[in-house]
Design a protein around this ligand. Sequence first.
Ligand SMILES: [Zn+2]
Length: 496
Amino acid sequence: MVNCQCGESGRTLRQIAALVACLSLAIGDWTLAIASPSSTIAVELSLFSGGRISGAVVDHNDDAVVIVADRKPFVFAWNEIRPQSAFVARRALLTHARGGADALTAEDRFALGLFALQNDLVSTAQMEFAAAIRLDGAIAPRVAEARDARREAASRRQADRGGEALPAGEADDVAAEAEREPSADAATGDREIPLDDLVGRNLAAAPGITVPPEVRRQVREIYDRFAATVIERMGAGTTLLETDHFLIYSDLPGPMRQRVGEWAEAMYAALHREFGFAAEGDVFLAKCPLFCWKSMARFQRFARVFDGQDGRNAVGYTRSIERNGHVHIVLFLSGRTEAEYDAFVATLVHEGAHAFVHRLGSTRLIPHWVNEGLAEWTAESVLGDRCPAGEKADLLAAQYVRFNWPIGHFLRDVGPIAVHDYPLAMSVVSHLIAVDRDRWRRFVALLKEGRVLPDALAEAYDGLDLAGLEAAWRTWVAARLSLPPANDGPTGFGNE
Ligand SMILES: [Zn+2]
């Protein structure tokens, strides 16, 4: 069994926070060639996913911010940072750029007001707008327009969820849920989904491999029995929504569950198109079970009882069993802000991509950076503006190219990667896809056949080696983002 790394180390980033908690970051300590210590500031960011991280800002734009902490770069979309913390950081950066708070212009204050409004900091927005209007009365109509637009966007989004407001203050009582399942050991028998007895062989979906219909039927019967246990243990609020390719067991309100099904199918369609495999019917054995909970407590309870893990530090995971081809997805909706809802949808598509790729061609696991990069790429492709993955990948890749930070070690290592490296993985995968889609498909197919990464790369991309990939990726990033030529020689986070 393998969990997606975003399950293990969590988009929660709690471990990162713990790591940096003991770090006293002295700006003078790092010697980026670009940013002399006087040209940037340090910020402390409080993350939606839990934890705080401090570091010096290397770059930022309207989408995201890159900081260096513990000599590593981290990129965060602004909407991954708690609103108050994001606002304080943005205001500090703008004030720093202008040379002082007194130098902020009417446009600056208006922009800060907009940012506050987008983050539901209503009274802060009010103050910034008032300051903008004091500096330039002509801004008043734009303030009114911004407020109207914000209201319209909010009602559009609610309609998108079938009219459901986000769960407000859903009781997230981990202790109470734990009490209902006092002993995880007692539930050991539930953990194995007994497909081995039935199938006895690996039934991946691939051209030329057809999973016999009677096998699919039998697998479905096993899934139904498994689900009956889940419903019994997790309570009557858990119901099934069946879509073309997913069995969605959830305690979310009906319209939101419906939307989960639509996102999952959109992910499936995108990857089916992307890989264009010939399997008729389903890439999954008998649709993909997807367990979607309305609180972290219920998610952790499911993880503990049915997958034998604590589910802490995770917002979702994919359980992939290599030997029998089974895969299921587990996640939960936390929080009540639109940004948190977007993060939930992005997790859904990200984990769904892992589930799909797990069963594509073979059930062999592929190198982690390829897997995570593809999952992020899929989330961006399916969700567009709703998902910051592409913007984060671009902003982080830009820093690697500007400062000649090497990525050779990253490309060579096929093991688990840290969450903060997902955007880098996405950038490299996006490059491989942009070079040539057919080669990319061939590359993934070779990995799924069990070829090692350098071999698969060389065969699919005309003899390309890892050094060649790194060089080509740098050129691609620089051209796409219109970056000036990099300095000669790498510059590190610290020249020790
Ligand atoms: Zn992942």
